[in-house]
Design a protein around this ligand. Structure first.
Ligand SMILES: NC(=O)c1ccc[n+]([C@@H]2O[C@H](COP(=O)([O-])OP(=O)(O)OC[C@H]3O[C@@H](n4cnc5c(N)ncnc54)[C@H](O)[C@@H]3O)[C@@H](O)[C@H]2O)c1
Ligand SMILES: [Zn+2]
Length: 433
């Protein structure tokens, strides 16, 4: 049954939007950042990164490239992994005191790129993060105007944040992950250099790679843009539902994941081709989900990460408990795609075939995609369900409201979804195999 069949008197949406920044891709591309910054007319630039990356040579090479082109550049290396309102405020505070800056370079994973987006917004228009954070947590105010040039240079193959309009953070007092979403946050340019990911630990390769898988799958199975009510131009949102342009990127991303993901986890130190394909997959998925949207697995991922108790994953900074984003979003994915299967069986089956062309055919077609996901997650060492990251049956009721708060994401779900549905999905995801 099509749950979004048009009602009498309702006008179908006929318009979709698609956007992404220009892209410079390839081995060595990050060394061209100095030239690119001069093209944007900047003279004093803040390079934003995290302490783990600051211990590698990467941020210093970026600074050298900027200085070669006569740009004054300094490094801020205080980004918190899985940023919080508190950590973003500290970064904004630092940038404000040491400013003004007329441009920013983000060198790092999603944590760094998202922090740089917030720093750019709040140093250009001083105010509070809460003014811009999505409703119902914040005020969802639109940025008053253009922000400064931001070049995003990802060092993980995962979030796609270099091309998205999103900035994700943990609001500590509410124990909820949420974000700011506005097209003005999109970086000015994405420079994607696969060589920067050669040093990624296998655990981060696995988790951030599962983020790509979920971005591609969720956007490909998202509610179709034509099933929404017709919007006024001023009401258009970044996530407009599955559409023909996003579909292309998501499909291609899945084909790249099929050939490269396991290799990148196992042989990431030497397999440059696998690293390059994973970087393309992440960029492509970003161009897909960044416009179409994501749904239940990501909506569940926010309370799973936000309400972490005592889980310390290998490969990540050991000082704080955390469920990395890529793990948090993938743990309920098999069950979420069982739930959404009926909305578009052909899309679920095609996605399974793209991700794992040789996977055994399951008797029940609804099991095909969950079975592909479980096989992949077992192979690359993703925890077995939310149970393994510290949640039990008795926690499920506490997680549900955190998911239901993600209305911006649930609006993209191809089926109407209730709190009871989410509770069932979480319960069935305590163990995935
Ligand atoms: N804005 C978006 O569109 C979007 C989309 C998905 C996720 N996110 C957010 O992104 C964050 C997760 O980002 P992530 O998965 O890219 O990881 P991350 O930025 O959190 O980094 C994970 C770890 O890997 C290390 N690291 C990164 N690159 C490295 C390299 N090349 N070599 C060695 N170590 C390296 C970091 O120091 C850190 O310890 C979450 O906060 C998530 O919510 C944002
Ligand atoms: Zn994600």
């Amino acid at each position: 049954m099509d749950e979004h069949a048009p009602d009498e008197g309702r006008i179908d949406e006929t318009i979709f939007t698609w956007g992404a920044p220009p892209l410079k891709f390839g081995a060595g591309a990050s060394d061209e950042v100095g030239f690119e910054m001069t093209q944007l007319g900047t003279k004093r630039v803040l390079v934003v990164t995290d302490p783990g990356l600051a211990a590698t040579s990467t941020p210093h090479r970026i600074v050298e490239s900027l200085r070669r082109y006569g740009i004054t550049a300094e490094i801020f290396d205080g980004v918190h992994i899985e940023p919080t309102d508190d950590s973003m405020d500290k970064a904004i505070g630092y940038a404000t005191e040491q400013g003004p800056w007329d441009g920013f370079v983000a060198v790092g994973g999603g944590s760094v790129i998202d922090t740089a987006k917030a720093v750019n917004l709040l140093t250009t228009y001083p105010g509070e993060l809460m003014d811009y954070i999505n409703k119902p947590v914040g005020q969802a105010m639109a940025p008053p105007g253009a922000v400064k040039p931001l070049i995003a240079i990802p060092t993980t193959a995962g979030t796609g944040s270099e091309s998205t309009a999103m900035c994700i953070l943990d609001v500590l007092a509410l124990k909820v992950k949420t974000g700011i979403s506005h097209w003005r946050l999109r970086p000015t340019l994405a420079i994607v250099d696969p060589l920067l990911t050669m040093t990624l630990p296998p655990e981060v390769t696995a988790a951030s790679g599962m983020d790509i898988v979920c971005h591609a799958l969720e956007s490909y199975t998202a509610r179709h843009f034509t099933t929404y009510d017709r919007k006024q131009p001023e009401d258009r949102v970044t996530y407009c539902g599955a559409n023909p342009v996003s579909d292309l990127w998501s499909e291609r991303s899945m084909s790249l994941l099929a050939i490269a993901f396991r290799r990148a986890v196992r042989h990431g130190k030497e397999d440059v081709q696998a690293r390059s394909d994973m970087m393309l997959a992440a960029t492509f998925a970003g161009m897909g989900f960044g416009n179409a949207g994501v749904h239940i697995p990501h909506a569940n991922g926010y309370p799973i990460a936000g309400m972490v108790k005592d889980y310390h994953p290998a490969g990540y900074p050991p000082d704080e408990a955390m469920v990395p984003h890529g793990q948090a979003v993938s743990l309920t994915a098999p069950e979420a795609f069982r739930f959404s299967f009926g909305s578009s069986p052909e899309r679920h089956l095609r996605a399974a075939a793209l991700l794992a062309p040789d996977h055994d055919k399951q008797n029940d077609p609804a099991e095909q995609l969950p079975s592909v996901l479980v096989a992949l997650m077992r192979d690359i060492g993703i925890p077995n369900g939310i149970g393994e990251v510290g949640f039990s049956e008795s926690d499920v009721a506490d997680l549900v409201p955190g998911t239901m708060k993600q209305q911006r994401l649930l609006a993209t779900c191809p089926r109407d979804v209730t709190a009871e549905d989410i509770e069932q999905i979480l319960r069935n995801s305590i163990e995935n195999w």
